[in-house]
Ligand binder design. Structure first.
Ligand code: SAJ
Length: 482
């Protein structure tokens, strides 16, 4: 009876409040800004506030956004014009005055949840919790609160609900609606992703899911709302990245097997991929020098923590076996070590002592043709080299700088006098590396080249006198030296 009674209460309160007209978005980052602009541009809503802490590091965004300018780096098609339009129309305003929350109908939170440290992989929810407390302090009956950040399954019905109820004295599911609607945006296509991707909308109860659907449906073009529970939405988001990481690990493991068996993993991949037809699917991704970024490197651990908390004492799983997903993470994190092993073996073939060798790393970004170097797999490789007394030059055409690492932006500067050239990122320009030119630059009779992203033609470099090794290239990694 209580469930029916509380749903009626919330439904009544929401009916009394009427349709969502005024919305707040907390966290003016690469998720919150496009979300706020799209909500403000929708005729369904009257006014949108973007809430941003007036902090030293990001307070500058407030004035920029109120001038209709985007503080985001890099190209975001459509975002600049959209911001100018909604600011000029008086439909969007950025503010650090969180008390304005009290006269809104709905508030979303897009605050990042980074890891405190790479070792214990525990998320830092402090900024998110601060944002939720702000909302709680100004929460009114009938309001909708939606978390968009990537969070550990159980957070919406757990920490978020508790914080909101404690700060407001109201009851979730009775006095206010609460949901999780994870973001699925990729840098460079933020506006398009929000409009076109399907949106999982998960309420703590049916009424909350329905109210959250009212908020998201108007900004979707080809995307549609997929209603579910809040915890299912949290698991969807973390699992969709966990599965991508798993698929990459499956291909990385196959690459290691192919190296050991003396065959070309790319031939095998083509072979497997040729099995087509209804109902036959193989999600084949690509082997490589490693997996970086801020999504795949952490979302698996969000999922694992979620099942440890929510499934405590209930989960049935093969005894003493590690999680398949965590094993996948370890395989992907092993790839920079493998790149180091290939480098050591190749330098040995070249008769060059490891200590004092000079290595040119091509690629510091974690992603091809990107300047994003968060959790880059290049870093553990460079650390391993330095531990062994190897001199490392790092080249990247996109990454301007990185704490403690000198990034050079001319290939010549990086490769001059190098004993080994290591391709770490799949940047476009590395696909046309000139073998004789780089060999002259290195000044070595048999320079080493390690291909971490299958970018170059092994035979061209082998014929030019290089000692070649490539991820998954068991067919070439012991080639005769020309
Ligand atoms: N990588 C491989 N092999 C592959 C694909 C990627 O080694 O076949 C490596 C990349 O080099 C990189 C890392 O994995 O180091 C991550 O690459 P990514 O393409 O997954 O890019 P991310 O980390 O930006 O992932 C984001 C995710 N988007 C969101 O969380 C909203 C992910 O869900 C998307 O699938 C991905 O973008 C995408 O497809 O662009």
């Amino acid at each position: 009876m209580r469930e029916v009674h509380s749903a009626m209460t919330l439904e009544t309160v929401i009916l009394k409040r009427g349709p969502i007209k005024k919305v707040g978005v907390i966290g003016m980052g690469y998720v919150g800004i496009p979300a706020a602009a799209l909500l403000a541009d929708s005729p369904a809503f009257e006014r949108v506030y973007g809430f941003q802490r007036d902090s030293l590091s990001s307070g500058y965004k407030i004035a920029m956004l109120n001038r209709g300018e985007s503080p985001l780096k890099g190209e975001e098609p459509g975002l600049g014009e959209l911001l100018k339009k909604v600011v000029a129309a008086g439909k969007f305003q950025c503010t650090s005055d969180f008390s304005k929350i009290s006269d809104l109908d709905a508030v979303t939170l897009s605050i990042q949840t980074p890891f405190l440290s790479k070792d214990d992989l525990l998320p830092d929810f402090s900024a998110l919790e601060e944002g939720i407390s702000h909302v709680g302090r100004h929460l009114q009956p009938g309001m909708l609160v939606v978390l968009e950040s990537t969070i550990t399954p159980g957070t919406t019905v757990g920490m978020a609900r508790e914080t909101l109820e404690r700060e407001s004295g109201l009851v979730a599911g009775e006095d206010f609606a609460l949901a999780h609607a994870p973001e699925r945006v990729m840098v460079g296509r933020l506006i398009r992703n929000i409009r076109e991707h399907d949106r999982c909308v998960g309420g703590i109860d049916e009424v909350s899911t329905k109210r959250a659907t009212e908020l998201y449906a108007p900004v979707l073009t080809t995307g549609k709302v997929i209603p579910m529970s809040a915890t299912a939405a949290e698991v969807t988001k973390t699992a969709e990245n966990t599965f991508r990481d798993l698929q990459i690990a499956a291909m990385n493991e196959l690459a290691l097997y192919c190296e050991a068996m003396g065959i070309n993993v790319y031939d095998v991949r083509t072979g497997i991929d040729s099995l087509k037809g209804e109902g036959i699917t193989r999600a084949l991704l690509w082997p490589g020098a490693g997996v970086g970024g801020h999504c795949l490197t952490k979302d698996t651990y969000h999922l694992e923590r979620g099942v440890q908390v929510l499934g405590k004492g209930i989960l049935d799983y093969p005894k003493n076996q590690p999680s398949l997903y965590v094993l996948a993470r370890r395989i992907n994190d092993f790839m920079p070590n493998h790149m180091f092993r290939l480098t050591v073996d190749a330098l040995k073939r070249a008769g060059i002592p490891l200590h004092g060798a000079k290595v040119a790393m091509l690629g510091w970004a974690f992603l091809s043709n990107s300047d994003d170097s968060r959790n880059t797999p290049s870093e553990p490789f460079r650390d391993a080299c330095i531990r062994e007394g190897v001199h490392v030059a790092v080249h990247d055409p996109y990454v301007a700088e990185y704490p403690g690492v000198t990034i050079v932006h001319s290939i010549e500067e990086a490769v001059k006098g190098a004993d080994a050239i290591i391709i770490f990122a799949g940047h476009q320009q590395y696909k046309s590396l000139d073998a004789p030119y780089l060999k002259n630059l290195s000044g070595k009779k048999h320079p080493v080249i390690i291909d971490g992203r299958n970018l170059i033609d092994a035979d061209v470099f082998i014929r030019c006198g290089y000692i070649y090794k490539g991820i998954g290239r068991g067919d070439k990694n012991s080639h005769p030296i020309r």
